[in-house]
Design a protein around this ligand. Structure first.
Ligand SMILES: [Zn+2]
Length: 500
């Protein structure tokens, strides 16, 4: 489990965006019974029967160590109108290391479910979690129930990758503990594109951090520029009419955000900071409630936080948010890559780092839709997309590519240690970008969907579907499997009638 941390801290290859469940100890949950509740799954229920048109936000504290985790309700509030779909309430994608279900308390009927990843889950794989406790505020958002419900939280069992209940809590919407008042917002909201009601569209909200009031014109330009980059990529380009984009202006008193590695300390409106888990280029905010309160001014399913910085950095957590440094030369790449983690639960497909690891014995199929352990060659999870006549595994010139990749990593580490200006690092990335293009142009299976060894921080034993993808290199293009995964998410949010 330290693997991910070292990759982040030492290699810093882009940024990680979800936690590696496979090597974690089984989750303990002393504060819940841990007994599985027998849930009645009748498929998607009628929205109006069970829910009001509001979002319930259950804020909770998620605490523990590498070996155990505990939960406590912080507060339960209204988060504005319900932005999600009313026909697809049950999450059949089952992505993410965590998964919550909302059931009717009396009948045990399944009403709503959603998968997600969390900062606590990532922190749990850092060496710090072996020595000390950590605590993070998180939220579960679901339509406002009319009657008492039970919220059941599951986490993947490291032995099976199946979800196992680690916490459950009853919520009575009539209780004095539940606050139905809507927050009164005073920030300015900008509509970037609006294509229809939130209930049948993917609703993206964009916030900014480290922008002063005087820099709001810049924020609006950054939003326009970077959302256009995202919308220009497939599958979003073809589905742009399915997507609403709104931006909320959240001015900071100072320009820029906190960057502990170079000793730049600031307090910005949303508390985004670099150096998360001591990785210089990993930028997140732990201030969940401030971010959620600001975002709830708009109906939203997904969230991007633009960071008013040139320093390379960002992060993307499934169903939480994605962050991007707006002024970096590779901001276009970062917004597309991080959004892939955030919206689609996509794994990183890259694996090179400056430290080498022993080959692992991979026994479980990863849950991420874009990597496979190839345990069953004939039943590949993207078998319907395979290019006819492509051998599995698919041969490619991996040794040459890896040798070059490791050399770049070394250079990158020494440049960073020397604290060179950002443009020196950008020049290195540009050189790498061009060299990789050249390598790929010579590959026999360069456009084929197959199974190429090397993915998800693992050189051997894990495979990606195509030679190139934005989850692998900085070339701005999702591979076919990543595109299809994102389309499946879009469909969950845009259904206009009851499904099967
Ligand atoms: Zn991909």
């Amino acid at each position: 489990m330290q693997k991910l941390f070292f990759l982040l801290a030492l290699a810093g290859t882009i940024v990680s965006c979800r936690q590696p469940v496979k090597e974690q100890a089984a989750a303990a949950a002393a504060d819940s019974t841990n007994s599985e509740i027998k849930i009645i799954d009748n498929g998607n229920v009628g929205f109006e029967k069970y829910f009001a048109d509001k979002t319930m936000r259950l804020d909770f504290n998620h605490s523990g160590t590498s070996k155990e985790e505990h939960f406590a309700v912080d507060r339960i509030v209204s988060d504005g109108i319900w932005p999600g779909n009313r026909f697809v309430l049950i999450d059949k994608l089952e992505l993410g290391p965590y998964f919550f279900e909302v059931i009717d308390k009396d009948s045990k009927t399944l009403l709503f479910s959603r998968g997600f990843a969390s900062i606590f889950g990532e922190w749990q794989s850092t060496p710090e979690a072996d020595k000390t406790w950590g605590s993070y505020n998180e939220s579960m958002r679901f339509p406002w129930p009319k009657k008492p419900v039970t919220v059941i939280l599951g986490k993947r069992d490291p032995q099976t990758n199946k979800f196992k209940t680690i916490w459950s809590i009853d919520v009575d919407p009539a209780s004095r503990e539940v606050n139905p008042a809507d927050l009164v917002h005073s920030n300015t909201m900008d509509i970037i594109q609006e294509n229809g009601p939130a209930s049948v569209k993917v609703d993206l909200v964009i916030l900014g951090d480290g922008y002063t009031k005087a820099e709001m014109p810049k924020f609006r330009n950054d939003v326009k520029r970077l959302s256009a980059v995202l919308m220009a990529q497939e599958p979003f380009r073809s589905r742009t009419k399915d997507i609403n984009i709104r931006a909320i202006e959240t001015p900071s008193e100072v320009s820029g955000v906190c960057k502990p590695h170079p000793g730049v300390y600031k307090r910005s409106a949303l508390s985004v900071q670099y150096g998360i888990f001591d990785s210089e280029r990993y930028a997140l905010t732990f201030d969940n409630k401030t971010v959620r309160n600001a975002a709830s001014q708009a109906p939203y399913d997904f969230m991007i936080i633009l960071v008013n910085e040139r320093t390379y950095g960002g992060g993307g957590i499934y169903n939480l948010y994605a962050t991007v440094s707006a002024d970096n030369k590779f901001a276009d790449y970062m917004i597309v890559h991080e959004f892939g983690h955030h919206m689609g639960g996509l794994a990183d497909e890259y694996y090179t780092s400056s430290v080498s690891y022993e080959a692992q014995d991979i026994k479980l199929e990863p849950w991420e839709p874009n990597v496979t352990a190839l345990l069953d060659k004939n039943n590949l999870k993207w078998k319907d997309l395979l290019t006819a006549g492509t051998p599995i595994p698919t041969p490619w010139n991996k040794d040459v590519f890896d040798k070059y990749g490791y050399a770049v990593q070394k250079q990158r580490d020494s440049l960073r240690a020397a604290k060179v200006p950002e443009e020196v690092m950008e020049a290195l990335f540009l050189k790498q970008y061009k060299q990789e293009d050249e390598y790929f142009s010579k590959e026999k299976y360069r456009d084929a969907v197959g199974a190429f060894e090397g993915a998800d921080y693992t050189q051997k034993g894990l495979y990606r579907s195509q030679l190139d993808c934005i989850m692998f290199t900085r070339h701005i293009h999702y591979c076919k499997v990543c595109q299809r995964s994102l389309i499946r998410v879009i469909e969950q949010y845009t259904a206009v009638g009851p499904g099967k």
